[in-house]
Design a protein around this ligand. Sequence first.
Ligand code: URP
Ligand code: ZN
Ligand code: ZN
Length: 470
Amino acid sequence: MTHQPSRTAIRNGLVVTASDELHADVLIEDGRIAAVAATGSTVAEGWSAGRTLDATGKYVLPGGVDAHTHMDFPFGGTFSSDDFETGTRAAAWGGTTTIVDFAVQTKGRALREGLDRWHAKADARCAVDYAFHMILSDVNEGTLKEMDLLVEEGISSFKLFMAYPGVFYSDDGQILRALQRGASNGGLIMTHAENGIAIDVLVEQALAAGRTDPRHHGEVRRALLEAEATHRAIQLARVAEAPLYVVHVSAEEAVAELAAARDKDLPVFGETCPQYLFLSTDNLAEPDFGGAKYVCSTPLRPREHQAALWRALRTDDLQVVSTDHCPFCFTGQKELGRGDFSKIPNGMPGVEHRMDLLHQAVVEGHLTRRRWIELACATPARMFGLYPKKGTLQPGSDADVVLYDPHAEQTLSAETHHMNVDYSAYEGKRITGRVETVLSRGETVIDRRTFTGRAGHGQYTPRGLCQLLR
Ligand code: URP
Ligand code: ZN
Ligand code: ZN
């Protein structure tokens, strides 16, 4: 293990947080931010530090918080190809220093059993800090009671699926009960909002008509069925007087449902993911089964939906960008669905590229720098009870810090990425900006484009309640 001095000064960078941009130096002591002071000020000049990092020409950012990952996740008879070791190492490479992964309740079993399994998967393997949401696959009296205990111990959000009948699916009554429980114990209910029952009818009809290619995955998972489920989830949350967080929003019509709810001042939140902002049904239509690389749910949409997503990110109708990182190799995993798109494991790789792709959005004028950090760091931390420990750079925050070169050029590729998956969803895409150095609680895990971290450095991080509720 490399020795890390207890005091580090990062000098001459542009510090960017959700609220400020300033030419400032950052002092780190014992793994936390000790001070931020204007570069050249007598305060900053007076610091003595065992180590100085020169950030001239660089941004100094809070480490990214990716609130939606699936490491070692069971789906369609296989498991996502990144485990906690490879997935969190890739996260570090991309400037993400905290992930919130989804522990899974097996149907008919206790939440505790699923949570213990997720702790065992992650324990001593992570390169960066991690926390858990819990997937509720089975809402009943027992699991509702368990929710209270989980909230108390730092698992303060629960995902329910309106899709995938027979697997993770919950019906409206179960969702209502979970929302009511969340209203009383403070847990935040997250919904995968797609009408899975109707989608399964369309899947059956498509396959019967010989429409078996990956592009039909996008066609049967209709935008209207995302919007309908989003609307229904919002109404159920209103009835329960509970807040709601809708994951991986991809359809313009679903965004409209969220915006309408927020216009009524309802505590309804939404996230989208880079794949919906940068990719489209054109990718799902790639030849020779290549579209399978882009099969995820909610699905990629026609390109025209992207403008609505960007607008919602600017107007705060969507508040978070996470990755829904759930990679499956093309060879041997995505291929399970050759001849039947419904058997393609759902999910895409992305944990390594979120900060960069959102910086590209800054370069292209979709977002401001501060909004980039708000969407990728501060708001996910607030949403899931991690702020200001995570998501910002203020005295007392964990020293999760990214030195970011905004002018470096890079080309995304499976040849160079660090995720354990045999393709890149962004193969050949040229972008401006690159993570140079990453600190996690003051320890250097990426040092000028070399991995210096270790499995087991990342700590389990219990969470508080959602911090965005009045
Ligand atoms: O396709 C996806 N999103 N796979 C992961 C599971 C989920 O629904 O989030
Ligand atoms: Zn989902
Ligand atoms: Zn997911």
